[in-house]
Design a protein around this ligand. Structure first.
Ligand code: HEC
Ligand code: HEC
Length: 330
């Protein structure tokens, strides 16, 4: 009797698990066909796109090989947009490859339509309908304005085409199945907030520049409730000796940005100007960082001021963070 019940129970469990598995495998991500829009390539758009690509949205940072042995991982200037192979030290779930997004027809995005590019950037769907792994921050780029994403596309078309065949990413099981729920179609018109509303514009920038992503701690892939912008997310590994933890950006007086003024905030972003223009020093336990200091050095004063204004509107969260936990204690 008991044995029969146990067998029946086991059977039911296996069937349920099988159904869940089949659901995960067969489930279609939310997607729509790419738009037919052809972006007019005005000089203004190309300039705006360059700014966003190089200095704000970290496209260059993530889609070019970088020198991991130097402070703030400088970009190899001869391969902008030609893709990046993520090292094991990044601690990602699989072998992640940022594709070549230069206009090379065979190995880059030269053959893609503008609509296909915009869909990949904001909706996370590749040209062939594949779901992009959300290390590509389309879940954040979703709120990028139509004008800004079009500008980025206009700029990508002007990059030097580089022939470099990149293998596709391989994501570990079962993470690869779970990410299917990440893509979401963008519908209607998306506009950026008015720049005159500094805090609202700063919030917009903080999303597309990844401040929110990197400065919010996560547990098992989800952001910790009530801790947005409160820091504490780790990057790198202890084993490699290179580890950095993001700082608390909320205006808490003791542990965050509560006592900073706008000038100080801007100075932080300008302090590595020489490194951004030349060669930064070697990465050590004391200075290792993934904070895109070198790219952000190109950010306009007005945008940094907007970011600061926005951060000051956040609810202060008391959260003390040691940003370089492996540094020698003085
Ligand atoms: C944090 C790193 C990161 C940032 C920032 C980032 N990307 Fe990506 N991107 C990736 C990765 C990784 C993939 C591949 C994901 C996969 O293989 O599933 C990708 C995929 C893409 C694709 C699809 C290419 C293909 O061949 O399938 C495009 C297009 C793209 N990114 C453009 C951009 C643009 C434009 C920006 C800036 C607005 C940007 N990315 C910012 C990491 C990033
Ligand atoms: C790829 C992840 C990443 C992104 C994107 C990122 N940060 Fe950071 N940030 C870090 C880490 C890690 C640190 C700690 C190490 C350091 O100070 O360099 C840090 C440090 C900082 C600090 C220095 C705090 C101090 O100790 O003086 C400030 C300010 C800051 N980030 C603001 C921002 C803002 C604003 C944005 C968006 C425009 C942003 N960060 C985007 C990871 C990131």
């Amino acid at each position: 009797m008991w044995k029969r019940i146990a067998v029946a129970f086991l059977f039911a469990a296996v069937v349920t698990l099988g159904a869940v598995f089949a659901y995960l495998v067969l489930r279609k991500p939310a997607m729509q066909p790419p738009s037919a829009r052809v972006v007019p390539r005005t000089p203004e758009r190309v300039e705006r796109g360059r700014y966003l690509f190089m200095s704000v949205a970290n496209c260059a940072e993530c889609h070019s090989e970088v020198d991991w042995t130097r402070f703030a991982t400088p970009i190899r200037k001869d391969g902008i947009g030609a893709g990046k192979i993520w090292p094991p030290e990044a601690g990602l779930p699989g072998s992640l490859i940022s594709p070549n997004i230069t206009p090379d027809a065979g190995t880059g995005v030269g053959g893609w339509t503008d609509g296909e590019l915009m869909r990949a950037i904001r909706e996370g769907i590749g040209r062939d309908g594949r779901v992009l792994f959300p290390l590509m921050p389309y879940t954040e780029f979703r709120s990028m304005s139509d004008e800004d994403v079009e500008s980025i596309v206009a700029f990508i078309r002007t990059l030097a085409p580089i022939q470099r065949k990149m293998e596709p990413s391989r994501i570990d099981f079962p993470v690869g199945l779970l990410v299917k729920s990440a893509p979401q179609p963008v519908t209607g018109v998306v506009e950026a907030p008015n720049r005159a509303d500094r805090a609202a514009y700063g919030r917009y920038l903080s999303v597309i520049a990844g401040c929110r992503t990197c400065h919010t701690p996560t547990r098992r892939g989800s952001q910790v409730e009530g801790m947005q912008y409160a820091g504490g997310e780790s990057f790198g590994t202890e084993k490699s000796g290179l580890l950095a933890v993001s700082f608390n950006l909320t205006p808490d007086k003791g542990t965050g940005t509560g006592t900073w003024d706008e000038k100080q905030f801007l100075e932080k972003f300008r302090q590595y100007r020489e490194y951004a223009q030349g060669t930064p020093p070697p990465a050590t336990k004391e200075n290792f960082t993934v904070m895109p200091w070198l790219s952000f050095n190109g950010m306009e004063d007005d945008d940094l001021k907007a970011l600061f204004a926005f951060l000051q509107t956040l609810k202060p969260v008391e959260h003390s963070v040691e940003t370089r936990p492996l540094a020698e204690k003085k």
